[in-house]
Design a protein around this ligand. Structure first.
Ligand code: ATP
Length: 199
């Protein structure tokens, strides 16, 4: 499995559609200060489901949409698509090539898609979760983060190891199940109250 292409359209400084192609192995992105190198990394994190505006170096999620320049008006939406070579079947989906896409509209609406079919954020998270990619997988190490890892508490360090070992997916599922159980318990309590009122 490797990343094949990343297409940005209206994302941060990339107003026009821009596609970056990656070959297996190491890719270096070079350019002057402020030319958009970090925006490419932000786009990768964003299309894989990043939800925190701060992690994307913005104040709100809307900041990922091209804000306009002196010569070009702002755009109404940001779109990023990531195509992954899945010839080795590392992603649990029956396609040799998988494209995940995310779109955000200035009015707040957002869309996710896998190979052009609309899906939920959860579907993308689940698709990526056994590969070591995706949100919270520490697959993107930002400037200054290495220092944070070295200074992490033992609990935080255990968190990194659990995530790398693929425990995260099961922890999320457990949290979801516990939330459902709590809601069910609240319903049962309400039902018991109503039954005793009727009596
Ligand atoms: P450095 O080498 O200094 O770290 P860089 O190449 O990583 O720089 P980025 O941080 O990726 O640069 O890009 C910064 C540029 O992106 C700035 O010029 C900023 O104005 C522009 N930018 C960020 N968000 C938007 C947006 N929503 N609309 C338009 N331009 C944006």
């Amino acid at each position: 499995m490797h990343l094949k292409t990343l297409t940005l359209r209206g994302f941060k400084s990339f107003a026009s559609a821009t596609t970056l192609g990656f070959e297996p192995g190491i890719t270096c992105v070079v350019g002057p200060n402020g030319s958009g190198k970090s925006n490419v990394v932000d786009a990768l994190a964003w299309v894989m489901g990043e939800q925190g505006a701060k992690s994307l170096r913005g104040g709100s999620m809307e900041d990922v949409i091209f804000a306009g320049t002196s010569g070009r008006p702002p755009l109404g939406r940001a779109e990023v698509s990531l195509t992954i070579d899945n010839a080795d079947g590392a992603l649990p989906i029956d396609y040799a090539e998988v494209t995940i896409s995310r779109t955000l509209f200035r009015n707040g609406g957002s869309e996710y898609a896998i190979n052009g079919s609309s899906c939920r954020l959860l579907d993308i998270q689940e698709l990526l979760s056994d590969t070591g990619m995706g949100r919270e997988m520490h697959v993107i190490v930002g400037q200054g983060q290495l220092d944070a890892v070295l200074r992490a508490t033992p609990d935080d360090r255990r968190g990194f190891i659990e995530e790398a070992a693929g425990v995260l997916k099961h922890r999320r599922r457990k949290e979801k199940a516990v939330r459902k159980l709590e809601a069910m318990q609240a319903n049962l309590t309400r039902l018991t109250d109503l039954t005793s009122e009727i009596r």
